[in-house]
Design a protein around this ligand. Structure first.
Ligand SMILES: N[C@@H](CCC[C@H](N)C(=O)O)C(=O)O
Length: 321
């Protein structure tokens, strides 16, 4: 049977988006693993499934490239936000995710007329059992060195609600990925700290309102960008005086986003703002777990996004050179 998929990205974090009226229509794990193979049209970081919701305008499910399911995806939610808003002819909507119903909204373009969406990132918790993570008998890890990980990098563990470990580093650890890679591979394999794995981000403070973030994603590996990681990094940077503005500009290898961080009655309120780009529409033939792309129609949006990337390259030259 022939189906249609969109290839989309937020900050170069690339997904296939599939809209289904039936949440059980296919084996999503098998489909995602096939779609994410590099040899199949360049692969992707995961599948965004948009299905009907009982409590919101639509429900989003996120399947990582390795078939594991994530509770949340910030870059993916922006793409889903655009899809749902355009489908319903609305400027804002509520999207059901695994742990919360989240508000999403069309925003003023961040660059030229790049389609831009703002999404709520919630719930936020620093309690290790919400990740889950275990370290000695601690209930939190907040901006502290973990000798088992590195002698001087300060780490924070936070769930938003998917799990993140954020290290504030000097530029050497952005330019040379080997420490981050070995730590992330260790924490995403069999280990005593994170039984379900964890997204590991290294953050380099660029200015008092700007950071650079590189993320090794659970279930994927190094990605161009991870939306929840960038938002969690903005929060950690704000909390520890690394940045001092309510809106943080976050560069990443795939582009940039803005993250708003505020606090109301002990609760953090986080908003992620960035592009929601549709690269192409694909026709796929699906027969009993056999998949084959049968058509591809480019939207042309990637040409404009490339101009954004060229701009980001100039802005981050000092970090990545
Ligand atoms: N790229 C995403 C996060 C995707 C899920 C992550 N790999 C996990 O397993 O938690 C984002 O933009 O937030």
């Amino acid at each position: 049977m022939k189906k249609t998929l969109l290839k989309v990205h937020g900050s170069g974090n690339t997904f296939y988006l599939y809209n289904s009226e039936n949440e059980q229509e296919f084996d999503w794990v098998l489909l995602t693993k096939w779609l994410c193979k590099k040899e199949n049209e360049g692969g992707a970081d995961g599948l965004l499934l948009v299905v009907p919701s009982q409590s919101a305008d639509a429900k989003m499910r996120v399947i990582n490239a390795d078939g594991s399911e994530a509770s949340m995806c910030g870059n993916g939610l922006r793409c889903v936000a655009r899809f749902v808003c355009e489908k319903l002819g609305k400027e804002e909507a509520i999207i059901e995710t695994m742990k919360a119903n989240l508000h999403v909204k069309k925003e003023q373009s961040l660059f030229e007329d790049l389609p831009t969406y703002a999404v709520e990132i919630s719930p936020v918790s620093f309690l290790l059992n919400t990740l889950p993570m275990q370290y000695k008998n601690q209930t939190q890890i907040q901006h502290e060195t973990i000798k088992e990980f590195h002698p001087s990098i300060e780490y924070t563990a936070v769930s938003v609600p998917n799990p993140h470990l954020i290290g504030i580093v000097d530029v050497h650890y952005i330019q040379n990925i080997s420490h981050q890679q070995s730590l992330a591979e260790y924490l995403n394999g069999e280990n005593e700290y994170c039984i379900d794995g964890i997204n590991v981000s290294y953050v380099y403070p660029m200015k008092n309102d700007t950071i650079f973030v590189r993320t090794f994603e659970r279930g994927v590996g190094f990605t161009n960008a991870c939306g929840t990681a960038m938002t969690a990094s903005a929060l950690v940077s704000k909390q520890n005086g690394i940045v001092n503005s309510a809106e943080v500009l976050v560069y990443n290898p795939g582009g940039f986003v803005k993250c708003k961080v505020s606090q109301k009655e002990e609760q953090y309120q986080l908003t992620l703002i960035g592009n929601a780009t549709v690269v192409a529409e694909y026709g796929i033939e699906i027969e009993e777990h056999q998949y084959k792309f049968v058509s591809r129609k480019e939207t042309g949006e990637q040409i404009q996004y490339q101009r954004c990337i060229d701009y980001v390259k100039k802005e981050t030259e000092v970090v990545l050179s």
